[in-house]
Design a protein around this ligand. Structure first.
Ligand code: EPZ
Length: 419
């Protein structure tokens, strides 16, 4: 079983190149189902989740080839599969995003329910509400969802919660629907803007993506393009916290200031300094004394839930009391038990964690309980006394490309072992 080993104590220096955003590339690959023409997605991060998704589309008779450096050449003209491979679907929740484009292009799709994961039940009720309002008949039985519609018709859809996945699924379904669709209380994450920008580059007519109300005028067809998605704001944010927790100064290439605003502002409150060096280049100075802060995770532009575990690692060694409230997912505190094993002083009360900063953590064997919790284990290992051995690192590989090489390039003593 592979593990990541971190020997704590090293300062970080130099610069790191962040990959393109996993949470953009996944929906963008799925959106290629809408378009039978040739598409190139540039520099896709070859993460486990991206590989699973490309395998899934290949199993549906799509042509996808990595022609070098993550440039994915996609052609879905021969796509014929309507009953999707549940094994691959279950492996990765984001594959449920296939339903929207399949409904829009073929009028039918049968897909296994995505199921929950470690951080929450991950329901799909808002996705299905949107499809029904667009005129689809939905049946859910034996663990499958089947959706059918002669042709989807535009409608007004209000989302009870600004769900990222539901916004993306409904947005893609509306692209080829007849007439106008309006999604209200839509998610505003930068990845939503990126997906809409990709679709508009192919000839879709979408306005308002990135703000709470999105209007989509249905079109009959789309043209082939080559597209480069945005940088990964969560990976960049993870390296910002790495600078803060090790009291180091580093430069991050691929850090978009606007997309990282919530993370930057919270780290500034904590005592971290930032210098915008150029387009998507930010120098992070974490050398000053840190102060405790309170965090409440919220949909964008609130503080991102995907940065919550990483911040908890930092606050575990920040003198004073900090409070983190997780409002987005119902079970996203599994990293707390692992941090406590390392000597952190954290108490959970429902969706709130109270953190009393300690002078130091001690390295030990810990688990990556989910993707971002795994990142938090690396961050705490960087400053723990002695060796931290992280297992279940397949979670980390789902969201970070070559994570230990990137940290080693900054001077961390971190490596992967296979035992
Ligand atoms: C996306 O998940 C991201 N994944 C997650 O990133 C991210 O944490 C999340 O958005 C929130 O920002 C991808 O983009 C692949 P949601 P998604 O639908 O779309 C409730 C990572 O670490 N909800 O916004 O599944 C749900 O229960 C991953 O990169 C409903 O109630 O998130 C949850 O409490 C983790 N009904 C909340 O919305 C629905 O139909 C947020 O879910 C859908 C969601």
């Amino acid at each position: 079983m592979e593990k990541i080993i971190v020997e704590g104590g090293n300062k970080l220096k130099g610069e790191v190149n962040v990959s393109l955003a996993k949470n953009s590339v996944l929906p963008i690959i799925v959106a290629s189902i809408l378009n039978p023409n040739n598409i190139v997605i540039e520099n896709a991060p070859m993460l486990e989740d991206v590989i699973v998704l490309t395998d899934l589309l290949k199993s549906m008779n799509c042509k996808i080839e990595n022609i070098g450096e993550g440039n994915l050449e996609i052609n879905t003209s021969s796509l014929n599969e309507i009953n999707l491979n549940s094994e691959l679907i279950r492996k990765m929740r984001a594959s449920f995003l296939i339903m929207g484009p399949m409904l829009s292009r073929f009028g039918r799709c049968r897909i296994s329910m995505p199921g929950g994961c470690n951080i929450g039940s991950r329901p799909i009720d808002l996705h299905l509400k949107g499809f029904k309002l667009l005129g689809a008949e939905i049946e859910t039985e034996h663990g499958y969802v089947e959706a059918k519609a002669k042709r989807l018709k535009g409608n007004r859809i209000y989302l009870d919660f600004p769900s990222v996945g539901a916004t993306e699924n409904i947005l893609m379904a509306a692209v080829l629907a007849e007439g106008t669709t309006i999604i209200e209380n839509a998610a505003e994450e930068p990845e939503i803007w990126d997906l809409a920008n990709f679709l508009n580059s192919m000839g879709a007519k979408i306005q308002g993506a990135g703000v709470g109300k999105i209007t989509i005028e249905g079109v009959d067809s789309l043209k082939g393009i080559s597209y480069k998605p945005i940088y990964d704001r969560v990976e960049a944010g993870t390296f910002m916290v790495a600078a803060a927790i090790t009291n180091s100064k580093i430069t991050i290439n691929g850090a978009n200031e606007e997309h990282l605003r919530p993370t930057i502002e919270k780290l500034k409150e904590c005592g971290v300094k930032f210098e915008i060096r150029g387009k998507d280049i930010i120098t992070v100075d974490g050398t000053k004394l840190k102060s405790p802060v309170d965090i409440k995770t919220l949909p964008y532009p609130g503080f991102p839930t995907d940065m919550q575990p990483q911040m908890m690692a930092l606050l575990s060694v920040t003198k004073g009391s900090s409070i983190i409230t997780e409002t987005v997912f119902e079970n996203r505190f599994m990293h707390v038990a692992e941090l406590v094993r390392m000597g952190a002083n954290i108490k959970i009360d429902g969706r709130t964690a109270i953190i009393e900063g300690v002078n130091s953590l001690t390295g030990c064997d810990v688990k990556a309980t989910d993707l971002r919790a795994g990142a938090a284990m690396i961050l705490s290992g960087l400053v723990a006394q002695g060796r931290t051995e992280i297992s279940d690192i397949y979670h980390i590989d789902r969201g970070y490309v070559n994570i230990e090489e990137k940290f080693r390039g900054l001077g961390a003593n971190i490596y992967r072992v296979d035992k």
